[in-house]
Design a protein around this ligand. Structure first.
Ligand code: F6R
Length: 615
């Protein structure tokens, strides 16, 4: 994903921009660049590859510019190369733009601009914005408002698509204009300095006071002032919000990678997620963010759980939980499909959107569509103040702190924990008997400690990775509550180790995928006592009969399983409804160790290792 940083103040901007871009590295990029305002001219340095390379290419002799914008690009229009990297200048060299998002009508706009005599250097949609702003800037010499600001507004009113933008004009050394539509952007408000960022982690070391821009809004950012307007020139008053995490939370803290740090943070993260929400005296669940809607939730006719990737897997666990504990109809939908479908949303439908970042475009679009059709939409989100948190009717925060690692780990277990709490509470209000409610709440409270115990197997899992990590095809199999866990295990391995992996409900294996199994192919089974144990044993036998290598996650004390396992990972016995919270941990560790042993940079997505173009 692309990243934006901007700075205007009294300090040298160059290092602030480079440091900010480094904080955004985890989002993935293929090229990077910065533009510095030199008073009358904008100086651009950009190149393909890492920020360290960009930093080396910048002058060392105490740069004095105090205004600038920076960008990490993840190619959408045109290949990842230096020319296509941001910032882009317009044809006059006066307007400089960094942009996240996609301009859908860039083809028509480009044609118009070419007809007007404009020449393009890159293949990007962003250069079209720069030239469109430049075109209006040149046209208008007598605007009532500020000409630079006016030309940005005028251009944005011609644009269809999504953008987070930061724009500089060489004639305006004291201002950066920022704008947002469908791509996150916030303004960091400091003392005699202001910043712009697509992600709070880029600026948290400078200020914790921020203004979140809404869609169709722009900010005129000066050193001592920030003015918010719509792109139709209407002034907006917007209160300051506080970033809810500290710089320490986004540092590695002694771990080799963010992914490992976040896996090991899970006992603490889940404790924070559960804290104050489990009423151990009355055996109730207290979720303040959705309390006002409790009657509506209790009487809801149907739930639609939606999200993408790992969040979608959490939704699947949620489906099993809500169906089993609350006896309520639940559908799980990929947000990327839901948004383009024509779903039936009758009265009494409640949608729960699950997202770590709170900014995933497909999830946001699905939310908008469901809201338009009258659904009540709840958010289960990690990032406080994110767009999903702000656009849903109510919600529950994950409270696990920033997730910097590319692979979602602690957010997954927290998403499952929140959905578990929702299911228990809904069940308690509907059908669940007191004894079962008490037992579930008591057991849920113990999960952070249990995860702590499972983390102790990290070295043993590393040994398994040493023996199996060279295999290119893996299967992950589970049943019941652990079918989604199997999907999640496969996704983690694919994403981090670039090993092909398939996750399946174990019984589905015989309906085709069994043909894949050959000598030594690793098959990871979640074969705890709770998950249809006998049935899963037969599935294990089928794999062994074909020469597959079995890596089995089984319960402590299960001796019978030993003869089926080439490799055995023990987890403590927990209620089957809570098992995904525990069984996910060894799978995260397995993916992590396989990737590291393969020499991969776990915290940097593949698009850094190889050039890719995504249209
Ligand atoms: C996998 C992963 C992705 C995200 C997905 C949704 O490890 O991180 O599959 O889960 O892109 O992102 P959020 O949760 O931010 O909406």
């Amino acid at each position: 994903m692309c990243g934006i940083v901007g700075y205007i103040g009294s300090k040298p901007a160059q290092q602030i921009l480079i440091d900010g871009l480094k904080r955004l590295e985890y989002r993935g990029y293929d090229s990077a660049g910065i533009g510095l305002h030199g008073g009358t001219k904008i100086k651009i340095t950009k190149q393909k590859g890492r920020i360290a390379g960009l930093s080396d290419a910048l002058p060392r002799d105490n740069p004095i510019e105090t205004v600038g914008i920076g960008h990490t690009r993840w190619a959408t229009h045109g290949e990842p190369n230096t020319v296509n990297s941001h910032p882009h200048l317009d044809y006059s060299g006066k307007i400089s733009v960094v942009h996240n998002g996609i301009i859908e009508n860039y083809g028509a706009l480009k044609k118009f601009l070419i007809e007007k005599g404009c020449e393009f250097k890159s293949q990007t949609d962003t250069e079209v914005i720069a030239n469109l702003i430049g075109y209006f800037y040149e046209q208008e010499t007598d605007c009532e408002q500020d000409c630079f600001e006016w030309s940005v507004q005028k251009a944005l009113n011609q644009v269809y698509g999504t953008y987070g933008l930061a724009v500089m004009c060489s004639d305006y050394p004291d201002v950066i204009v920022a704008a947002k539509k469908g791509s996150p952007l916030l303004i960091g408000v400091g003392d005699g300095e202001n910043l712009i960022a697509s992600d709070a982690s880029a600026i948290v070391e400078h200020t914790k006071q921020v203004i979140y821009l809404e869609d169709d809004e722009m900010a005129i950012v000066e050193k001592d002032d920030v003015t918010i307007k719509t792109i139709h020139n209407k002034r907006i008053e917007r209160e300051l919000k506080e970033i809810d995490f500290s710089i320490e939370e986004i540092e590695l803290g002694g771990y080799e990678h963010y992914m490992l740090k976040e896996i090991f943070e899970q006992p603490d993260a889940l404790s924070t997620c559960l804290k104050g929400r489990l009423d151990m005296n009355n055996y109730k669940i207290i979720l303040g963010g959705i309390e006002n809607l409790s009657r509506q939730l209790t009487t809801a006719k149907r739930f639609i759980l939606t999200g993408c990737g790992t969040a979608w897997h959490a939704c699947l666990v949620g489906e099993y939980l809500m169906e089993r504990l609350a006896r309520t109809p639940v559908e799980v939908e990929y947000a990327s499909e839901l948004r383009y479908r024509n779903p039936i949303i009758e009265e009494g439908t409640v949608v729960i959107a699950v997202s770590q970042s709170g900014e995933t475009a497909d999830t946001l679009a699905a939310i908008e569509m469901c809201k338009e059709r009258g659904a009540t939409v709840l958010g289960v989100v990690n990032v406080v103040g994110s767009t999903i948190a702000r656009t849903t009717d109510a919600g529950v925060y994950l409270r696990v702190g920033p997730e910097i690692g590319v692979a979602s780990t602690k957010a997954f277990t927290a998403q499952v924990a929140v959905l578990t709490m929702m299911a228990i509470e809904l069940g308690r209000r509907r059908h669940l008997d007191n004894a079962r409610t008490e037992q579930l709440i008591t057991d849920l409270n113990k999960i952070p400690n249990i995860i702590n115990d499972v983390l102790k197997y990290s070295d043993m899992i590393k040994d398994i990775s040493k023996e199996c990590g060279d295999r290119e095809n893996w299967l992950f199999l589970g049943r019941g509550y652990n079918y989604p866990t199997a999907l999640e295990g496969a996704l983690k391995l694919k994403e981090i180790s670039y090993i092909h992996a398939e996750g399946l409900p174990a019984a589905e294996m015989k309906h085709g995928p069994i043909a894949l199994i050959n000598d030594g192919m690793p098959a990871v089974f979640i074969a705890t006592r709770c998950s249809n144990y006998d049935k899963i044993i037969s599935n294990i036998e089928e794999v062994r009969a074909r020469g597959g290598k079995t890596i089995i996650i089984a319960n402590e004390g299960d001796e019978e399983i030993e003869r089926y396992a080439d490799y055995l990972i023990r987890i403590p016995n927990v209620d089957d409804a809570l098992e995904p919270l525990v069984a996910a941990i060894p799978l995260q560790l397995l993916a992590y160790h396989c990737a590291v042993l393969r020499g991969l940079d776990v915290d940097k997505p593949r698009n850094l290792a190889k050039s890719v173009t995504v249209e």
